[in-house]
Design a protein around this ligand. Sequence first.
Ligand code: NAD
Length: 490
Amino acid sequence: MATGKQQRLQFDYHGAKNLIDGKLVESETGRRYDSINPADGSVLGSVPEGSEADINAAVDAAERAQPAWAALSVSEKGAYLRRLAAALRDHSEALLEIEVRDTGNTIAEMGKDVENGASQLEYYAGLGYELKGSTIPATTQNLHMTVREPYGVVGKIVPFNHPLMFATAKIAAPLMAGNTVVVKPAEQSPLSACYLAELCADIFPPGVVNFVTGFGGEAGDALVRHPRVKRIGFIGSVETGKLIQRRAAEVAVKHISLELGGKNPMIVFPDADLEKATTAAMNGMNFGWQGQSCGSTSRLFLHADIHDKVLADLVAKVRARQIADPMDPEARVGPINNKAQYEKVQWFCKTTLEEGGKLETGGRRPDGFPEGGYWWEPTIFSGMRPDMTLAQNEVFGPVLAVFKWTDLEETLRIANSLEYGLSGSVWTQDITKALTTARRIDSGYIWINGVGTHFPAVPFGGKKNSGIGNEESFGDLLSYTEEKAINIIL
Ligand code: NAD
């Protein structure tokens, strides 16, 4: 149970450790690397640079721990998950501070990440008794049944935009299903996972939960290619998702779920509630974490009849967002997470101008922020054509592409023309138009008169190259089990 009193570990930003076999450890090579504060480019802390040897040690520990973990009753496993949820709440201020400094995401909009992590742990803890098999009337004289079994050791690889929430929420389903886990956090913002590792060290039996920080090409690849890690859950880019499938297939047949990128359409009809739609167009961009969200509705299709008005109001709203240090509770825009991402955003803005996009706002570094920080104003381009680079590719940054539309068939063709199919949003007061349009957007998660929010137990996942499988749902829990058939011949 959460104590309701805030607690704080003596966390050493410069001495953060990995968790392997219940022990807080350095990497076997002794190498460490720096985590950069995106607000000013200074060194915020450092973490172990995990290698193949560390991954192997973590998998060995997880393998040793797994039979005893799987043998715990549903309520016992659930109690461990609930203890972690309570610890997250007790340490929410400390965790949030690390997370905001390390990611650059604004504190006002990141507060819910700790709670999201805790409530996902509780959601899966409560689903344990639903891990049922079935009986099948294949013959009348015998008994045919299925049981669900864990895979064993599960590898989880997560990205930099919500490191803490992903490192907590995403271990819940595999653990509840009886697996043990090895987590590889994103290299750009690894510190909150190390704090979490310290909490887990005090809660779980050794080896049940392991954290190995390091780079994707080394620690991540070693986890993907470990022959005894049969189930991988990956969140990241399409490019890395495809690479992981290739690399894994070289060593074994694996079950890999992929939550990948998006370039998500939001289609606004002339009869929409325009005030709400305008606010949603801004909120859907997740400027509070600089647009770095897979589900951002980064392609806005405004009907010609309302285009100019909505665009003008949207630009005014976006300009009013306060750009400030992410720890400032008034900040509504902070720095971009890392240098590579910052340069990518700049490149997209330059390319869009060269290709004839009309810059409505942003597209520049704001004045008065530390030199070394990755600051960029929220940016809106209008006059988009489907052939433009910005119209076709995920930026994963604060850049919104606005299209003017008149013909719905043509708009749906453009909306569905990309390799991505993660989310989508439809705005109209006409229920028939809303539902038919929602059905025709080739994406896995659609909002009608909404954006951004993930709802408990509603499956989140992508179609096409945006992914395989879904999360935050009962199906996610089942995906961490294998079904075994038993035929009793009577
Ligand atoms: P990324 O693919 O570069 O990295 C993600 C993770 O994969 C990191 O932990 C990284 O270290 C690891 N990795 C990189 N190369 C690897 C390799 N060869 N083998 C194993 N692991 C490797 O992605 P990113 O730039 O950190 O994150 C942004 C992307 O993530 C965007 O495309 C975004 O849309 C996507 N994303 C998707 C979801 C979703 O739920 N669909 C959620 C958040 C982010």
